[in-house]
Structure formats: C-alpha cells, structure tokens
Design a protein around this ligand. Sequence first.
Ligand code: NAP
Length: 227
Amino acid sequence: MIIITGVTGGIGKYLFNAFKNSGENVLGTYHQNIPTEKGFENCHALDITNAHQIEEFIKHHKKSFINTTLINCAGITHSAFAHKSRIEDWNHVINVNLNGTYYMIRGVLPTMREQNFGRIINLSSIVAQTGVMGTSAYAASKAGINGMIKSIALENAQKGITINNINLGYFNVGMIETVTSDMQEKIKSKIAYHEFGEPQNIFNTIQYIRDTPYLTGSCIDLNGGLV
Ligand SMILES: NC(=O)c1ccc[n+]([C@@H]2O[C@H](COP(=O)([O-])OP(=O)(O)OC[C@H]3O[C@@H](n4cnc5c(N)ncnc54)[C@H](OP(=O)(O)O)[C@@H]3O)[C@@H](O)[C@H]2O)c1
C-alpha cells in the first residue's frame, strides 16, 4: 500500500497516477479541492493538521496497510518578508508542513512497527538549505522535517522502517505556478540544466528509496544542479 497526501497538487497528482499505473495499491488524500478526475474517486478528504482526523483515517484503513509506503506530499507555501508576515500565516505554514507531516508519520508508525516494515518519504525543499527571500516560514518548516527524520530513523531502523526526505529544487508542476514568469527565468538561470525538473525524476527517486533498506535518515537533493 502506498499512502500519498496532497494528491490534488501538481506533484501528488503525478505520483498518484504514476504509482497506480505501475500496478500499486494507492490511497490518496486531499484537503479542500475535491478531485474530479477519473481514478481519483476513492481518494479521501483529510486535513493533515487535524491529528484526530488522521487517527480515524488510519483506524479505518489499517487493514489494508501491507508493506506500506507513506509519501508526505501535502504542503503549502506563503510568501512574505519575515518582518511583515502575519503570525497566523507563519503558524499555518509550520502547522501544515511540519506538524501535519509529523501527525501522518505518528499515525502510520505503530502499524509499520507491528509489521517490521515501512517506508516514509517526505517531500522537502532546497529552500531549507539556501536562502530565498520571502520564504522564512516555508524554509523553517522544511528544515524542521529535515531534522526530525534523523531521530525517527534511529527510533525505527531496527523495525525495518526507513524514513528519508527528498529536497526538491524546482519542478514544472504545482507550486511553481505561483511564481512570476520573471522570477521563473531567474531561477532557471541558476539551475545547471536551465530547466525545471520533470516529476518523473521524483517518482524514480521514491522508487530508489523504497528499494534501498540501508538508506535512512537521509535527505536526497534533487534539483538539477541548482546553485
Ligand atoms: N512544485 C515544486 O517545484 C516543489 C519544490 C520543492 C518542494 N515541493 C514540495 O512538494 C510537495 C508538493 O508540492 P506541489 O507543488 O505539488 O504543491 P501544490 O500543487 O500546491 O499541492 C499542495 C497539496 O497539499 C494539499 N494540502 C494543503 N493543505 C493541506 C492540509 N491542511 N491537509 C492536507 N492536505 C493539504 C493540497 O490539497 P487541496 O488541493 O485539497 O487543498 C494539495 O493537494 C510540497 O510539500 C512542496 O513543499 C514542491
């Protein structure tokens, strides 16, 4: 079973379709935008900031959790200089990206530990490693995930569970659509490939992580040689 949060987003939708097409049993979740595409009928509304909702979701689906991979794809961004950011906006970004990711991990771990197997993969960001103006909350939330996985990896390695992050650069689906075309050109000039990434690269990296039990507590940079 593969659980993917955020399947209404650019990357989540791609991954949901790609894993389904490769014959996997996939359980997708979204927040507010109900997906209307064919194949998404059995996806579930789930607010990852609501730990109680997550517990109910896990209880309901627990029986189908076999050889489970959790892909934490749901995330939000908010653009504001730190001195102007509203406290509510800052908290919301941390709540979705860091707390929500943790709540999902906390939800699946007991079953994974019972089964002595699990793969947890979080989509993090290069922004946690490099400064980008207007992204302090987003960067803090992703840096938080990068730190968090180190402890969770230690706690669960003996149970056959790995946890890793992919630090994404810029991809040609999803959040990138909120960036102005001027800024997009500036970003591309810093990428060795001079192009945004294709989501197939994310799928391939996830498969590599799933197939590599000795890889845990790691962050893989996937950014086309962004400097
Ligand atoms: N695209 C990129 O170039 C890029 C680069 C670096 C990192 N990333 C990371 O990759 C992940 C996917 O990015 P994306 O570009 O596909 O984002 P996106 O298109 O903006 O999609 C975000 C997804 O998160 C879901 N979501 C938002 N708030 C939620 C909540 N409270 N509970 C549950 N789900 C919630 C949304 O659901 P609804 O539609 O239902 O609201 C949507 O499915 C994110 O974690 C992002 O930080 C992306």
